[in-house]
Write a protein that binds this ligand. Structure first.
Ligand code: NAI
Ligand code: MG
Length: 343
């Protein structure tokens, strides 16, 4: 646990700016005797339009020096698809070795879920963040012709799979239900799938009190809707994790609540915490954005830095706020103020 938090802040574009302001408000309110120092980084669509830059080596070197990163959202409709995803977001994840993409899914009392009566939902997805089909190992030839060849290779290393599986086991071991579900498709993706399966079986020996389950990814989408209560910790690869975490966010109340952490568990570089949603150009600048996902990301940040009590206070404040939400819409800063006061 640190007495100061030296935070890099990438508020980004659109509602990113609005929700991060509220997240910082709650962060300050949650901590006693801890100084938060923030350094803003001008990154995202606005910077790209102005300079053509996504993330320079200088930006990266400066960001590396901080204890953690809080990110709002980046992007606007004027930036071609892939530019900021590859040049900024994925580059940060890869360069800072964020091999654990952490996405908790909890159904807070009072939240409207599209499911009829799902019961209690409280699980966390540990998605691999540095390998899989997202590494850019591919290429295309004869583009635009009937003979085009397009390859996107899924990279799975024994090292990469083992470290994320180990992280998932230790998270499962620390939770009351101690259950880990591997999600893959090892009946079809036999090479990668069996590496994941064997790794889970082997690491399980070190965590004998953790129960292990396996689901093919297509079956996992069924159970996320019909029986989400069966999940405790899910470990999966980069692509499957990307898809099932959006489904998980949808069943637990949607994008305004979904938080995430891009975690470097070894601490060799700062971890990055962000709401799952984007810059929402349709509501940007109107004070309509729900800052709750960012505030819950701040709770993950606090827990990661060892401030567990403060993290728990933030989560309790969010739970109480959600339970008491009426039908009158509140502005972004009204929600932030209420959460900061409750913390
Ligand atoms: P989006 O998440 O920005 O918006 C989808 C829908 O959800 C919109 O109707 C929006 O108004 C609503 N929404 C999102 N966050 C909300 C919040 N906190 N409170 C209330 N409503 C909220 O996804 P979209 O529209 O696909 O992308 C918009 C831009 O954001 C694009 O440029 C995209 O590339 C970028 N993006 C950036 C991400 C990031 O920085 N990590 C992640 C996803 C998208
Ligand atoms: Mg996604």
């Amino acid at each position: 646990m640190t007495r100061t938090i030296d935070l890099a802040v990438i508020a980004g574009d659109g509602i990113g700016q609005e929700v991060v302001a509220e997240g910082l408000k709650v962060l300050d309110a949650a901590l006693q005797d801890v100084t938060v120092r923030t350094t803003p980084y001008d990154l995202g669509a606005a910077r790209w339009h102005r300079t053509g830059e996504t993330l320079t080596d200088e930006d990266l070197a400066a960001i590396r020096q901080h204890d953690a990163i809080l990110l709002g959202a980046v992007g606007d409709p004027g930036v071609p698809s892939g530019v900021l995803e590859r040049g900024l977001l994925l580059r940060l994840r890869f360069e800072l070795d964020h091999y654990v993409n952490l996405r908790p899914s909890k159904l807070f009392p009072g939240v409207v879920t599209p499911l009829g009566d799902p019961g209690e939902i409280d699980f966390v997805v540990v998605r691999e963040g540095t390998e899989g089909p997202y590494v850019g190992n591919g290429g295309a030839i004869r583009v635009g012709t009937p003979h085009e060849v397009a390859n996107e290779v899924s990279v799975n290393t024994a090292f990469g799979v083992e470290r994320v599986v180990r992280d998932a086991f230790s998270r499962a071991a620390a939770r009351p239900r101690k259950k880990l579900t591997l999600v893959h498709k090892h009946n079809v993706l036999v090479h990668a799938g069996h590496l994941w399966r064997r790794t889970v079986e082997r690491v399980n020996a070190e965590f004998p009190d953790v129960t292990v389950d396996y689901l093919h990814v297509d079956a996992a989408t069924i159970f996320l809707v019909t029986d989400p209560g069966r999940f405790d910790v899910i470990v999966t690869d980069n692509l499957f994790g990307d898809i099932i975490t959006d489904l998980a966010a949808a069943v637990t109340g949607g994008i305004g609540l979904a938080a995430s952490g891009n975690v470097n568990p070894d601490g060799t570089a700062p971890s990055m915490f962000e709401p799952v949603h984007g810059s929402a150009p349709d509501i940007a600048g109107q004070g309509k954005a729900d800052p709750t996902a960012t505030v819950l990301s701040v709770a993950l940040l606090l827990a990661h830095l060892g401030h567990d009590d403060a993290a728990a206070r933030v989560e309790r404040a969010v739970a109480a706020d959600i339970a008491g939400r009426g039908t009158t819409p509140r502005t972004t800063s009204e929600v932030g103020d209420a959460l900061a006061a409750a913390v």
